[in-house]
Design a protein around this ligand. Structure first.
Ligand code: MN
Length: 205
């Protein structure tokens, strides 16, 4: 059955990120994993009348308002939906591209340099124990690096996620198996910085 939350299209071909992220992983990740979060979110939202009219980000900002019986499901499935919706949009082969403009200046101001940002982002992604995400987040008028367990969203702790790396094994296991660090390094080649920059400019002014 059709639910109120929809699986957004990937927006590019499954093989668009090869060789850094393989086509098979992209297909299963988007068409199966993300689709399952959407489908289970649509089941859970039935238990929270009125919430189906809200944007998922809005719901995640204030999970305490969600009826307790479905709060955990909405946190997990809704987080999965929001996290992946952002993830697809922030991926594009960047040919060693780096942030520019206001975002580049903010990265320098908050982390010292792009290289220091990259080091910290990679360290955060590598350190997540089990399944979760590492993030570049706009919080308290600053850029910060954060990580969340499972499908928890930075929105739920007062941040706005600008970029996230999915370190669930389903995001890399087919190509990288247990070598998460290789996947994390490869990920730096598929960050769509112009998109991250647009998100940043939207929240930072
Ligand atoms: Mn995932």
């Amino acid at each position: 059955p059709e639910g109120v939350f929809k699986l957004p299209p990937l927006g590019y071909d499954y093989d668009a990120l090869e060789p850094f992220i393989d086509a098979e992983t992209m297909k299963i990740h988007h068409d199966k994993h993300h689709a399952a979060y959407v489908s289970k979110l649509n089941q859970a939202i039935v238990g929270a009348p009125g919430f189906e009219k809200k944007k998922i980000e809005e719901i995640l900002i204030n999970l305490g308002a969600v009826p307790e019986a479905v709060r955990k499901d909405i946190r997990n499935q809704g987080g999965g939906h929001a996290n992946h919706s952002l993830f697809w949009q922030t991926l594009k082969k960047n040919e060693n591209g780096k942030p520019t403009g206001e975002l580049a200046r903010a990265i320098d101001a908050n982390f010292g340099s792009y290289d220091k940002f990259q080091e910290a982002f990679i360290a955060a992604a590598t350190k997540v124990f089990g399944s979760g995400w590492a993030w570049l987040v706009w919080k308290d008028k600053k850029l910060v690096i954060d990580s969340t367990a499972n499908q928890d969203s930075p929105y739920s702790t007062g941040g706005v996620p600008l970029l996230g790396i999915d370190v669930w094994e389903h995001a890399y296991y087919l190509k990288y198996q247990n070598r998460r660090a290789e996947y994390v390094d490869a990920f730096m080649n598929v960050i769509n910085w112009p998109h991250v920059q647009r998100l940043f400019e939207r929240v930072a002014r």
